[in-house]
Design a protein around this ligand. Sequence first.
Ligand SMILES: [Zn+2]
Length: 253
Amino acid sequence: MDRSVFTRTFNKETVPDWRCPTCGTGKLTLKPDSLTVGEGSNSRQAHDHPAWGPEWIDYRFSCMFLCDSKPCAEVVACVGTGSVDHYGWFDEQTGHEEESYEDFFTPKLFVPPLVLMDIPKECPDSVCVRLKQSFAMYFADPGGAMNAGRAAVEALMTELGVARYTNSKGKRHPIPLHKRIEKLTAKYATPLKEMLIAVKWLGNAGSHDGNEPEHEHVRLMYDMLEHCLAEIYDNKVKKLKALAKQVNKKKGI
Ligand SMILES: [Zn+2]
């Protein structure tokens, strides 16, 4: 999936190519007149500053998006923050410097959450639930989104039959995720295990102190998870690989 659309802002005129989270095919459009914008308290008070400019403005907004696919017509609520961009250019016809200001808005929350990864149909519910929790947090809390991605890998290990606990002296001890991934049967290739371990490290970064996780780190995690889930569950990939083998064997069709 092309996740670059989730790095974009929107305004009244332009909405990025965000797909409907319910039908997956319709495109989200801004519901006319639903955009409500307010300026933050500090932002309002800053207007008195002698150096004030529109670029200092800090908005909060709420709005509704509608799915443009008629049978679906899902309604998606959204809240977030906004700012003002300054554009300056030289107009050769008038011979003057021209300028304009444009509002733009950055979503922090979508309800229902946008779907940020391709998930194979065969992917178990326990994994999907964690992924959807991750999508819900992505825009406002990248660290939380990565943590939920790590929890999706824990659920995946359970679905693939890897034990969660060891028993010793009558006590149950949780097995660390790293060890669980290594315990996957030989059916799962080493590169896949390495990628799952990388997802685990990214997920750890989401829950521990240190550098604040950024959206780009979450998108990297989704790239890896998407690939792993397709490798494990997507029959299309398996069929294509089998077909590729046949083609290579015959050196043609
Ligand atoms: Zn839809």
